[in-house]
Every structure is written in structure tokens, then in C-alpha cells.
Ligand binder design. Structure first.
Ligand code: FNR
Length: 184
């Protein structure tokens, strides 16, 4: 049976390191994991009026909620913006969490990876996502944690340039795959 992994990337810019990390991580999953990148950059900012009785939510909300509802597990790859998660991811979490009682996140096992171009490695972003995932009732892989520092030194032409980082991330994915199985 295939496991469907939804990948959410917090940066929208074309040469994003987050996207490059996400591409590398995606390649580390076993063959029976079906991976898809979920578009979040086009979601209008969450407005409860869109979900009011008789209202028509934006088509982007409907698309995202449908795609997410078909996913078994979620990988978040994020930069840090001002010591927190970028608005893209917070908005996606909010959109997917409503209408009340119909959250697309509930119970889905998650892996959170953060990066930055400094030594701080997105710790604040990583933990702000983890904070929301507690309320959204998503089991999150606790260890190993994934904080990728100085991304510009670890990636070359979109690929990881050293064995240590490659091996570490492969061990993270292997651990996550075992962890996720408990919730599928
Ligand atoms: C940043 N950056 C950043 N870096 C960091 O380590 N801590 C931070 O709090 C912030 N804050 C921040 C805010 C905003 C609005 C921007 C645009 C950037 C720098 C960030 O690490 C760098 O731009 C990364 O390259 C962003 O990730 P992507 O776009 O390469 O995936």
C-alpha cells in the first residue's frame, strides 16, 4: 500500500534553499511513499467569513483542503522569518484547520525541518510550527530534530554537498518512516 506524503515548503522564492532541502528529503523516502508538493502560496489569507453558512470559500481553499485530506503524512520544510514560521505556513495551517471540526491535519504524522542561512538554523520557525501542531493534534517526530544551519554552505546546485548531512537526513527520514507507520 502506498503512503501519501504531502510536502509543504514555507518559502515562495524561486531559488529557495527550503525547496532544495525539500527536494533532497523527498528523494530519501522509500519507493512505496508517494510524494507531492502542496501549493500554499496562492491561498488567500484566512478569513472566517469565507466559511460562514451559505458562503462559497475561495477555490484555492477547496483545492488545498481536498489535496490535504488525501494525504496520510506531512513534511514541513521551512525557513525562519523573524524568529517564527513564515506567514505562508501559518496561513496554510489556519486554512486547513477550518471549518471547525473538519481539520485536514488531525492525527497525521508530521516531520518538521527548518533551515537558515545563519547558524541559528530556523529554530524559532521549527518550534512555532511544532506549537501549532500540538493544537492540531498531529503527532510530530521528536528526535532527531532537523535544524539545518548555513544552507548556502551545504547545498551546491540544489544537491547536498557532503556525506555527513546526507547520512544524517537519511537517518531522519528512516526514523520518520517507522514513526509514521504507527499512525497510518
Ligand atoms: C529572514 N531570514 C532569517 N534568518 C534567520 O536565521 N532568522 C530569521 O529570523 C530570519 N528572518 C527573516 C525574515 C525575512 C522576512 C526574510 C525574507 C528572511 C533569512 C533567511 O534565513 C534567508 O532569507 C533564507 O534563505 C530563506 O529561506 P529560503 O527562501 O532560501 O528557503
Amino acid at each position: 500500500m502506498m503512503t501519501k506524503l504531502g510536502i509543504i515548503v514555507g518559502s515562495l522564492r524561486e531559488s529557495s534553499f527550503s525547496q532544495q532541502w525539500a527536494d533532497n528529503l523527498a528523494d530519501m523516502f522509500p519507493g512505496d511513499w508517494d510524494k507531492s508538493f502542496l501549493e500554499i502560496g496562492d491561498l488567500p489569507l484566512y478569513n472566517e467569513d469565507f466559511d460562514a453558512e451559505g458562503a462559497n470559500p475561495p477555490s484555492e481553499y477547496n483545492r488545498f483542503r481536498k489535496e490535504m485530506s488525501e494525504v496520510d503524512a506531512v513534511l514541513f520544510v521551512t525557513p525562519e522569518y523573524n524568529r517564527s514560521m513564515p506567514a505562508t505556513i501559518k496561513n496554510a495551517l489556519d486554512v486547513g484547520s477550518r471549518p471547525y471540526g473538519d481539520s485536514v491535519w488531525d492525527g497525521k504524522p508530521a516531520l518538521v525541518a527548518s533551515h537558515s542561512i545563519s547558524g541559528i538554523s530556523g529554530f524559532g520557525a521549527n518550534h512555532s510550527i511544532r506549537q501549532s501542531l500540538v493544537f492540531l493534534n498531529m503527532p510530530v517526530l521528536q528526535q532527531p530534530e532537523v535544524y539545518l544551519a548555513n544552507s548556502q554552505d551545504l547545498l551546491e546546485d540544489g544537491k547536498i554537498n557532503n556525506e555527513g548531512t546526507q547520512d544524517f537526513l537519511q537517518s531522519v527520514v528512516d526514523t520518520y518512516v517507522d514513526f509514521a507507520k504507527k499512525f497510518l
